[in-house]
Design a protein around this ligand. Structure first.
Ligand SMILES: [Zn+2]
Length: 324
């Protein structure tokens, strides 16, 4: 058993090894930062999720005399040294040199900005460098990098990476009762997008914990979502619940994360964004409505999106009737 963590671990897979070597230069504390963020927020986030969804991961069934059972299903969060298979398959198909450049993508964009600043101010700073300056060199470098970025973008690799989601940076594994946070994946996304490591970690934890609570959580009557139903359920429904609650909780409790959440969501596949059409997120009773929607989806054993949309309409109609 390999007890070493983070960069100290021996990586067998050559693609993972290459990625780790590149991101280590820029993010030497990556693993620790992900772990710290997890430790600091784990309990706090669970408390908020439980309060907002009305679901718990443990259930006390008091109602039946002499049959009081306490079921506890804890969901552990592990910081995984692996990369999800789907993501690895995409990364493996990219030539090594191109992969290295993709991990430099953000640096190249920053460098262009810096070179443009230098070019713009070059006349004013010439007194410091004895007028030895020629703007041709700077313009040439800017042109070189801009062209390179264009060629990399034409390969659509970054889009392909995001399409392998939800598993780039986190994954809820129902059968194993756990959540994986892929710290190397977080490093990759940070290098491509410049979104902060701690913010990516928090958003991932929240999204995956919401899967755990909405799927595995007990309602007030001690019911869970039927495991057999879940095997055939439309992804728009399960992803939608994780995303709609993420959006609401972030706006309410972690407003500083909202910009990053939006920026990340924009790149994801459509079924991660469909929830925006479900309900008015600014509704005063939005949490009650989402909870009603979730419990009815679970209890009515809905699997298709068409059935779900019917339910959605009935909830909207009911709430309008009440207002009248
Ligand atoms: Zn998800």
């Amino acid at each position: 058993m390999n007890n070493k963590k983070g960069y100290d671990r021996k990586f067998q897979n050559p693609t993972t090894l290459l990625i780790v070597q590149v991101i280590k230069q820029y993010l030497p504390d990556l693993y620790d930062e992900v772990e710290r963020t997890k430790e600091r927020n784990n309990k706090y986030i669970r408390g908020i999720i439980s309060a907002r969804t009305g679901l718990t991961l443990s259930s006390k069934k008091h109602r039946l005399p002499n049959q009081e059972t306490i079921e506890i299903e804890k969901v552990k969060i592990e910081i995984s040294d692996d990369l999800p298979e789907k993501l690895l398959a995409i990364l493996d198909s990219i030539p090594e040199i191109l992969l290295t450049y993709i991990l430099h993508f953000n640096k190249m964009e920053k460098t262009i900005n810096e070179l443009k600043f230098q070019e713009k101010n070059s006349n004013d700073i010439n007194f410091l460098i004895d007028n030895h300056y020629s703007s041709n060199g700077l313009n040439e470098s800017i042109g070189y990098l801009e062209n390179l970025i264009l060629k990399i973008q034409e390969q659509n690799i970054i889009e392909r990476l995001f399409k392998s989601s939800p598993n780039i940076i986190g994954e809820y594994i129902h059968e194993e009762n756990k959540i994986n946070i892929y710290w190397i994946g977080i490093g990759i996304i940070n290098q491509i997008t410049n979104l902060r490591v701690d913010e990516l970690t928090l958003i991932t934890m929240l999204h995956e914990l919401l899967h755990a609570y909405t799927i595995q959580g007990f309602d007030i009557d001690g019911n869970q979502w039927d495991k057999h139903i879940l095997q055939n359920i439309n992804l728009q429904i399960t992803e939608g619940f994780a995303q709609i609650y993420s959006d609401l909780i972030i706006q309410e409790n972690f407003s500083y994360l909202h910009k990053t959440f939006i920026s990340l969501s924009k790149r994801l596949q459509p079924h991660y964004k469909e929830y925006k059409s479900w309900l008015d997120l600014n509704d005063r009773n939005i949490y009650e409505k989402v909870r009603e929607l979730l419990l009815k989806t679970r209890n009515s054993r809905i699997t298709s999106y068409a059935q779900f949309e019917k339910l959605l309409k009935s909830i909207e109609k009911n709430s309008k009737d009440i207002v009248r």
